[in-house]
Write a protein of this length. Structure first.
Length: 129
């Protein structure tokens, strides 16, 4: 292969990487308006599960990357929905053993849950703030 072809191929690869980087950075941490989203990794990365209402059991729910939503929450966002803008997170199904409550205002974000609550959420309840 000639030096010109190698240089052209290298430039094409570098250009592709540079073009993809902003899209990947933008995708991290997105949560639609009126939804509650949980992410499997800190800083709103990894698989995302998004709900517009109360969920009694995450078992059977699958994230946008194909991973389970149950017991995988490491970060979360609240975007408010239908007058209910706070979230109560629970360790067990059917709203048993509350582990967190979102802040008032419907736009709460937690980039990393405390280690003792990491990967244990199984249900959530929308409530009035």
């Amino acid at each position: 292969m000639s030096v010109r072809r190698i240089a052209a191929l290298g430039a094409a690869v570098i250009s592709s990487v540079l073009l993809l980087a902003p899209a990947q950075a933008q995708a991290a941490g997105t949560c639609p308006s009126t939804y509650y989203c949980v992410f499997e990794n800190a800083d709103y990365n990894g698989g995302r599960c998004a709900w517009s209402g109360t969920i009694a059991n995450y078992v059977g729910w699958v994230s946008d990357t194909g991973s389970s939503c149950n017991d995988t929450t490491t970060s979360w966002m609240v975007r408010g929905t239908g007058g209910y803008s706070c979230i109560l997170g629970y360790k067990h199904a059917d709203y048993s053993l509350k582990i967190w409550q979102s802040a008032l205002g419907g736009t709460d974000q937690t980039p990393g849950v405390p280690s003792y609550y990491n990967d244990v959420a199984t249900s959530h309840l929308w409530v009035l703030c």
